[in-house]
Design a binder for this molecule. Structure first.
Ligand code: C2E
Ligand code: MG
Ligand code: MG
Ligand code: MG
Length: 287
């Protein structure tokens, strides 16, 4: 009967919700311990210039190695870290670790390249965000121009004047600032006009469909042209095929990250790649 079915559905639904809440609470608890137990690791994904065939930078991407869960992807735990505020602590560790590692590579005599670090909105909105960054740079000895902070469009939707001021302060220090996942947010273009950023990263959802959906191709074309007109650098994310690369090349967009070149890998693997300027994973690079 309908009434019974309704009741069952309700029970089922609420059990499902309880299970989800419990899972989130457990994750939160485990995340707190993860910080203490050093369960986080930074992987790096090369940023590749396919015209000069050089690795021109690396993006740091966090991984969580949990003894019971195995390696957990950031899409699973970053949202919870954001909800609980734990992202502040985790994010600070990420910036410090990325700066430290990059300085290490330079100390080893590897050609200096910037490291890109994802910054969550909560982190960016902290009053003392800029001094915190300065302190990390001082302590790790990394020159500011080798740090590239990736922020998202959402920061432009809170207090745009505050955001502009903060980005300007970062830029004045010599730090690079990029907009990540460009095109996926809801902010208006006028918000960007005054934001003194260096770079736009085209979200991989557009790249993955350039050959399937003409609208996505149009969006990619438009972002590239706009970036060029505004004098911004541009990086394509999620370049997986030679066809993607060819498409971008024809539009004079020559820097990309993607599985075609390399997945995110451990620091030691990046070190090998940097030593040879070689992308090991797909054996793609010709150098
Ligand atoms: P993101 O910053 O846009 O990073 C790019 C994501 O796309 C990475 O996923 C990367 O592995 C993936 N990717 C790169 N090339 C390809 C490709 O060719 N094909 C496909 N299918 N995927 C590709 P990952 O490492 O799982 O990170 C997911 C998201 O988690 C990141 O997106 C970023 O928003 C967030 N995240 C990662 N590390 C951190 C961190 O340290 N702090 C913060 N706040 N967020 C982070
Ligand atoms: Mg990113
Ligand atoms: Mg992102
Ligand atoms: Mg992205």
């Amino acid at each position: 009967r309908a009434k019974d079915r309704g009741k069952n559905q309700y029970c089922y639904y609420s059990e499902d919700m309880n299970a989800r809440m419990l899972e989130e609470l457990t994750l939160e608890h485990e995340l707190r311990k993860a910080m203490e137990n050093n369960e986080f690791e930074l992987y790096y994904q090369p940023q590749y210039d396919f015209v000069t065939e050089c690795i021109i930078g690396n993006e740091a991407l966090i991984r969580w190695h949990n003894p019971f869960r195995g390696t957990v992807a950031p899409d699973v735990f970053i949202p919870i870290a954001e909800e609980t505020g734990l992202i502040l602590q985790i994010g600070e560790w990420v910036i410090r670790e990325a700066c430290h590692q990059n300085k290490q590579w330079q100390n080893q005599g590897l050609a200096p390249r910037p490291v890109a670090v994802n910054v969550s909105p909560l982190q960016f909105l902290q009053n003392d965000f800029v001094p915190k960054i300065e302190k990390i740079l001082r302590e790790t000895g990394l020159e500011p121009k080798y740090l590239d902070l990736e922020i998202t469009e959402s920061i432009a939707m809170t207090d745009i004047n505050e955001a502009v001021k903060k980005v300007k302060r970062l830029r004045d220090l010599g730090i690079q600032v990029s907009i990540d996942d460009f095109g996926t947010g809801y902010s208006s273009l006028s918000n960007f006009r005054d934001l003194p950023i260096n770079k736009l990263k085209i979200d991989r959802s557009f790249i993955s469909r350039i050959h399937e959906d003409s609208k996505d191709a149009e969006i990619v074309d438009t972002i590239i042209v706009m970036a060029q007109k505004l004098g911004l650098e541009i990086i394509a994310e999620g370049v997986e095929t030679k066809e993607h690369m060819q498409y971008l090349k024809e539009r004079n967009c020559k820097i990309a990250q993607g599985y075609l070149f390399s997945k995110p890998v451990k620091a030691l693997d990046i070190e090998q790649m940097l030593k040879n300027n070689h992308l090991l994973i797909k054996g793609y690079c010709t150098k």
